[in-house]
Design a protein around this ligand. Structure first.
Ligand code: ADP
Length: 186
């Protein structure tokens, strides 16, 4: 699949392996322990090497003894990844979050963007947070993600700060579901 662009090409929907993305930061769909897991989390730790886990362990000890709350985001070095930074965020577990699921998923994207702003990062790559093991319906996630990105990327301060957001889906079918359900302006 060719990448498909939205918001004047600043958002790109593509199929691929996020661990290979050359951007200022890739986003990890972490769990609250920050100590690694399966899925995209496992792939990022495997590709980036132990530098990422050490930084996560330090964050647990210093700032988050009880784990990173759902919807929040933290940053670590990218280790051996092409991306110099990894921003870790914890998506909602759909059936646990109940009515708050959409708000919490939106918070993940908002807090990642705010962290990118505070670190002067210009290019990001996101996986499809919460839509794997955490069970968030892909159709609803597409609506939440396109809404939050439209709202934030078109307004100050992120309008002049964020040059590129790549939404990288592991499977072609997931990208297609996103494209069918997104609500970006034409
Ligand atoms: P969560 O626990 O937040 O649901 P998962 O890792 O289970 O996170 O799944 C999130 C999404 O990441 C899924 O769509 C899965 O297919 C995708 N994924 C898994 N590995 C990769 C990868 N290397 N690059 C991009 N996306 C990936």
């Amino acid at each position: 699949m060719e990448a498909v662009g939205f918001l004047d090409g600043r958002v790109q929907v593509e199929v691929g392996d996020i661990t290979a993305a050359r951007v200022d930061a890739i986003v990890n769909a972490a769990n609250s322990s920050l100590l690694g897991g399966g899925g995209v989390d496992g792939a990022i730790h495997l590709a980036g090497g132990p530098v990422i886990l050490s930084a996560c362990q330090r964050l647990r000890q210093t700032r988050f003894p009880d784990g990173l709350p759902t919807g929040e985001a933290v940053i670590t070095p990218g280790g051996k990844l092409a991306a110099p930074w990894v921003i870790h965020t914890v998506g909602p577990i759909y059936h646990v979050a109940g009515k708050k699921a959409a708000l919490l998923l939106g918070n993940c994207y908002r807090n990642v963007l705010d962290l990118a702003l505070s670190r002067s990062l210009h290019t990001l790559a996101f996986p499809a947070i919460s839509t794997g093991v955490y069970g968030f319906p892909r159709e609803q996630a597409a609506q939440v993600v396109s809404h939050v990105l439209t709202e934030r990327l078109l307004q100050p301060p992120l309008d002049s700060q964020i040059r590129q957001v790549r939404l990288i889906f592991f499977r072609q079918e997931d990208a297609e579901v996103f494209l069918e359900n997104q609500t970006f302006p034409a």
